[in-house]
Design a protein. Structure first.
Length: 135
């Protein structure tokens, strides 16, 4: 179950043959995101388990889940943008149904991220699931 926004990323990845171009694409998506307000970069929004600094600020409004995020690492900021495409605007009850590992595997990222980045990605996904599950 993937959103239309995530499906667009999958299609773009299929078009890009070189992993350097794919990394650049992910980084560019992160650069295009609005930065998270400094007031939201607090311990409660910080994601543990990431090698870099990562903050996720989830929101649930009208039974719809979304989040903003930021990181001090450009590739991680791009991964946040990819996760936003995967999860934002889903009904909160559907968030738990998303098989994020399988969806991210469609991009081939699992094979091209360092162990630390992969752990950080799993930590971000778990934070999203935790917030949605407690709503």
């Amino acid at each position: 179950m993937a959103t239309e926004a995530f499906e667009e990323i999958v299609e773009d990845f299929e078009f890009l043959e070189d992993w350097e171009d794919r990394y650049r694409y992910v980084i560019d998506r992160g650069k295009a995101m609005e930065p998270l307000e400094d007031a939201l970069k607090v311990p409660s929004t910080k994601v543990d388990g990431c090698a870099s600094q990562v903050w996720l600020h989830p929101r649930i409004a009208n039974e719809s889940f979304s989040f903003d995020g930021d990181s001090d690492a450009m590739i991680v900021r791009g991964l946040i943008a990819v996760l936003r495409a995967l999860y934002n605007d889903l009904p909160v009850t559907d968030v738990m149904q998303v098989d994020a590992a399988a969806e991210m595997a469609r991009l081939g990222l699992n094979d091209h991220l360092s162990a630390q980045r992969s752990n950080g990605l799993r930590s971000m996904i778990q934070r999203i699931r935790d917030v949605a599950g407690s709503a």
